[in-house]
Design a protein around this ligand. Structure first.
Ligand SMILES: CC(C)(COP(=O)(O)OP(=O)(O)OC[C@H]1O[C@@H](n2cnc3c(N)ncnc32)[C@H](O)[C@@H]1OP(=O)(O)O)[C@@H](O)C(=O)NCCC(=O)NCCS
Length: 178
C-alpha cells in the first residue's frame, strides 16, 4: 500500500469497480475523461483485463479514513522505453480542489519511478481542464505539445511530460529549500 498524508493508493477491488460504473454516467466526468468502460461489455471485463495486462496498473484512491474517492493508474506501459501514460480521476466531487489529486499523483509518480523503474511519464489533458493542468504542474509535469482536438467541445488537447531526472531534481530542490 502506498500512503500519503491525505490518501492511500491500494489495489482496486470488484466492489470499487461496481461503484466506478456510476461515475461513468456522470456527464461532467465524461467531459474530462470520456467513458472509461465504453470499449468493454461490462466494467468487470475492464477489471479482469486490468489484472492480467502487464502494460497497465490501476489503483484505488482512498482517504485515510477509508473513503474510496477515485482511481489513478498507468497505461501503455512500455517496459522497453520505460515510459507510461498517467491517468487520474477523483470522482467524488466533494474532494476536488483540496489537494487529494495532487497527493495521489505524487504517490503514483514515486511508485512509477522508484518501484517500477520507469523513466518518462506523460499524459493528455484537455486545454480547458484548468484544475487538472494546475494539479499536473504542481507534480512537475511540463506542457510539451498541443493538438487541435475540438470535436468534443473541450478545446485543444495538451501533452504533458515528466521525466525521472527532472522529478529527482525537483525533489532535491524542495528538500534543500525546506
Ligand atoms: C484533475 C483532478 C485529478 C485534480 O485533483 P484535485 O484534487 O481536484 O486537484 P488539487 O486540489 O490537488 O489541485 C488543483 C489545483 O488547481 C487549482 N484550480 C482549481 N480550479 C481551477 C481553475 N478553474 N483554474 C485554475 N486553477 C484551478 C486549485 O486551486 C489547485 O491549485 P493550488 O493548490 O495551487 O491552489 C480532479 O479534479 C479530477 O479527477 N477531476 C475530474 C476528472 C479529471 O479531470 N481527470 C483528469 C483528466 S486529464
Amino acid at each position: 500500500m502506498l500512503i500519503g498524508t491525505r490518501v492511500r493508493l491500494r489495489m482496486l477491488t470488484k466492489t470499487d469497480v461496481e461503484e466506478m460504473a456510476a461515475w461513468d454516467d456522470d456527464a461532467e466526468i465524461e467531459k474530462y475523461i470520456g467513458k472509461k468502460f465504453a470499449p468493454y461489455e461490462t466494467p468487470l471485463e475492464w477489471y479482469s483485463n486490468l489484472l492480467k495486462d502487464n502494460r497497465q496498473r490501476g489503483l484505488a484512491i482512498e482517504t485515510l479514513d477509508g473513503q474510496f474517492i477515485g482511481d489513478v493508474g498507468l497505461q501503455e506501459i512500455s517496459w522497453r522505453k520505460r515510459s507510461a501514460e498517467v491517468r487520474i480521476c477523483i470522482a467524488d466531487k466533494e474532494y476536488w480542489g483540496r489537494g487529494y489529486g495532487t497527493e495521489a499523483l505524487q504517490i503514483l509518480i514515486r511508485y512509477a519511478f522508484e518501484e517500477l523503474g520507469l523513466e518518462v511519464l506523460y499524459l493528455r489533458v484537455y486545454a480547458d481542464n484548468l484544475r487538472a493542468i494546475r494539479c499536473y504542474e504542481k507534480c512537475g509535469f511540463e506542457k510539451k505539445g498541443r493538438v487541435r482536438f475540438s470535436s468534443r467541445g473541450n478545446g485543444d488537447l495538451l501533452l504533458m511530460i515528466l521525466d525521472r531526472r527532472r522529478w529527482r531534481g525537483q525533489r532535491e530542490l524542495a528538500k534543500a529549500t525546506g
